[in-house]
Design a protein around this ligand. Structure first.
Ligand code: KIV
Ligand code: ZN
Length: 509
C-alpha cells in the first residue's frame, strides 16, 4: 500500500461556498500561491462551469501555479466537463473532479433521476473527462446516506470509465467514525481491491463536529487522500480543516502510518491569508491556528511551559509558523511575571518585585490581560523611577471680553516636553481642551468644583475635577492662587491617572 497521504485542498471551491464569501480571481490566485507554498498536493481551484469568475480563477491558477495538481469540479453534464477541461488546459498537472448524487433523497428531489440513470450519467461524465485528462476523480455526493451497494456499483462503473480517485463525501456531516470506517472499508475492498492505481479519498463536512475525526479514521480503512479547507471553511458548518489534518499526521506518526509532503511552517500564514481575504474570523480557540492555540494563562501552565514547552504543548508553535504566548493575566504566577520582566530586561530588588507583582495582580484581577506597556508602567511606578506623570511647566491663557480665549500650556516628564494650544468657550475650557489634546485622551468633564482654601484677595483655590474616559472615571485635584492654573493642575492630575490606566489596562474609551 502506498504510504503517501494526498492532501487535497478545496478552500477555493467548497471553502468558498461558505455563506457570504466571494473571492475575486486575484484573491484566489493569492490563496493558491500560498497553498503551493504550503505544499498541498491538489488545489481544487473552483467549479469552472459555475460562473465566469470561477472559470477565470481556475484558468489563471492553472496557468500561474506550479507544483500542485490543479482541479476543477464538474457535474456529469457534458458542458460542465468541457468547461472544466477548457479552464484547466494551461495547468502542468490537471484533474477533473466529476460528481453526482447517490442518496435516495438527492436522486429523487434534486436530480429527479432513477438510480440506473444516475449510474449511466456517472459513466458518461467520467468517460468524457477522461478524453481530456488522465487524472479523473469521481464523487458520489451524499455517500454516507446512500445505499452502500449502490456506492460500490457506481464507483466501480466510474473506475471502469477511467476514474483514478474515488472520493467518498460525507456531504451533510452525518457520519460517525465507526460507520465511516465501515463504508470506506467496503469501498476499499470492493472498488479498489488490489488495484494500486486507485486512490480512495474522503471529503467530510462538519455538521456534527466530526469532519476531521471522520477523515482521519478513514486512513486505517485505506484512504490515501483527504479533502479539506483551510480554517475548515465551507458549506454550513464547513469542511475538514486542512491544517488540522496536516498537524494530526505530523504530530502522531505513531498513530498514522502515512507520509505527507506539506510544509507545516506555512500553515499560520495560509490561515491568516484565507481569513483576511474571506472575511471569516478564526475562532480564538481553533486548533492549530487559533490565537489561543499556543497561549498559556494559568500560573501552573505558565510555570510548566517556562520550564519545558512540552509540559503543555504537543506541537511546536514554530512548526506551524506561530509562537508561544504567555498571557499575563489574573491567573499568572510569580514565575511568569518574573519571566516577562526578564524578557523586558528589567531587574528588580525583592521588595520592588513584591510590590510590582502585587499591583499587577490587583490590576489583572480587574482588567484581564496586562500588556507589555502596562508592565513597564507598573514597574516604573512601584520603583519610583518614573511616575509616568506629566507636570505643568507653564500656562498662558489670553482672551478678554470680546476675544476667544486661547490657552497655551507646556508639560514636562523626565526631560521630555509637550506643548499644546487650543481655543475654548472660556479660559478654563480652553485650558482643558489644550490638555486633552496634549494627552490625546478624549475625556468629558463630569464634575468641576472650586473652593477657596484661604481668604483674602490672593486666596488659594482648590479645584476638583472628575473626568470620564470611556466608562471609567478619574478624579483630579489642583491648588493655585489662580483658578485657571488650579484647574489645569486638577485636570493634569486626572489625565495622569487616565493615562496610567490606559497604559496598564487598555483603552476602553
Ligand atoms: O460535499 C460534497 O459532497 C461535495 C462534493 C461535490 C464532493 O462537495
Ligand atoms: Zn463538500
Amino acid at each position: 500500500m502506498d504510504d503517501k497521504l494526498i492532501i487535497f485542498d478545496t478552500t477555493l471551491r467548497d471553502g468558498e461556498q461558505a455563506p457570504g464569501i466571494a473571492l475575486s480571481p486575484d484573491d484566489k490566485v493569492a490563496i493558491a500561491t500560498q497553498l503551493a507554498k504550503l505544499k498541498v498536493d491538489v488545489i481544487e481551484a473552483g467549479f469552472a462551469a459555475s460562473s465566469p469568475g470561477d472559470f477565470e480563477s481556475v484558468s489563471r491558477i492553472a496557468a500561474e501555479i506550479h507544483g500542485p495538481v490543479i482541479a476543477s469540479l464538474a457535474r456529469t453534464h457534458p458542458d460542465d466537463i468541457d468547461r472544466a477541461a477548457d479552464a484547466l488546459k494551461r495547468a502542468d498537472r490537471k484533474r477533473i473532479h466529476v460528481f453526482t448524487s447517490t442518496s435516495p433523497i438527492h436522486m429523487e428531489q434534486m436530480l429527479r433521476m432513477s438510480p440506473s440513470e444516475v449510474l449511466a450519467s456517472a459513466k458518461e461524465g467520467v468517460a468524457r473527462a477522461k478524453r481530456y485528462v488522465d487524472d479523473v476523480e469521481f464523487s458520489p455526493q451524499d455517500a454516507t446516506r446512500s445505499d452502500p451497494d449502490f456506492i460500490v456499483e457506481i464507483c466501480n462503473a466510474a473506475v471502469e470509465a477511467g476514474a483514478t480517485t474515488i472520493n467518498i463525501p460525507d456531504t451533510v456531516g452525518y457520519a460517525m467514525p465507526d460507520d465511516f470506517v465501515e463504508l470506506l472499508t467496503k469501498v476499499f475492498t470492493d472498488v479498489r481491491g488490489g488495484n494500486d492505481d486507485i486512490i480512495i479519498s474522503t471529503h467530510c463536512h462538519n455538521d456534527l463536529g466530526m469532519a476531521v475525526a471522520n477523515s482521519l479514521s478513514a486512513i486505517a480503512a485505506g484512504a490515501r487522500q483527504i479533502e479539506g479547507a483551510i480554517n475548515g471553511i465551507g458549506e454550513r458548518a464547513g469542511n475538514t480543516s486542512t491544517e488540522e489534518v496536516i498537524m494530526a499526521i505530523t504530530t502522531r506518526p505513531d498513530h498514522f502510518d502515512v507520509e505527507i509532503g506539506a510544509d507545516t511552517t506555512e500553515i499560520f500564514e495560509t490561515s491568516r491569508l484565507v481569513s483576511s481575504l474571506t472575511g471569516y474570523p478564526i475562532q480564538y480557540n481553533k486548533a492549530v491556528v487559533g490565537r489561543n492555540a499556543f497561549a498559556h494563562e494559568s500560573g501552573i501552565h505558565q510555570h510548566g511551559v517556562l520550564r519545558n514547552r512540552e509540559t503543555y504543548e504537543i506541537m511546536d508553535p514554530l512548526a506551524v509558523g506561530q509562537k508561544s504566548v504567555i498571557v499575563l493575566g489574573k491567573h499568572s504566577g510569580r514565575a511568569a511575571f518574573a519571566d516577562a520582566l526578564a524578557k523586558l530586561g528589567i531587574s528588580l530588588s525583592d521588595d520592588e518585585f513584591t510590590r510590582s507583582f502585587g499591583r499587577f495582580k490587583e490590576l489583572a484581577d480587574r482588567k484581564g490581560e496586562i500588556t507589555e506597556e502596562g508592565l513597564r508602567a507598573i514597574v516604573a511606578v512601584e520603583t519610583g523611577t518614573d511616575t509616568g506623570d506629566w507636570t505643568l511647566t507653564s500656562i498662558h491663557v489670553s482672551g478678554g471680553s470680546n476675544e476667544t480665549p486661547v490657552a497655551s500650556i507646556a508639560l514636562e516628564r523626565n526631560g521630555e516636553s509637550l506643548t499644546s494650544t487650543a481655543e475654548g468657550d472660556g479660559m478654563v475650557n480652553a485650558t482643558f481642551v489644550a490638555l486633552q489634546d496634549a494627552y490625546a485622551i478624549p475625556a468629558t468633564l463630569a464634575d468641576y468644583r472650586v473652593s477657596p482654601l484661604t481668604s483674602g484677595a490672593d486666596a488659594m483655590a482648590n479645584v476638583n475635577v472628575i473626568i470620564m474616559v470611556g466608562s471609567s472615571t478619574y478624579a483630579g485635584q489642583g491648588v493655585s492662587t489662580d483658578v485657571v492654573e488650579g484647574s489645569a493642575r486638577a485636570m493634569i492630575s486626572a489625565l495622569n491617572k487616565a493615562a496610567f490606566a490606559i497604559a496598564t489596562e487598555g483603552d476602553d474609551s
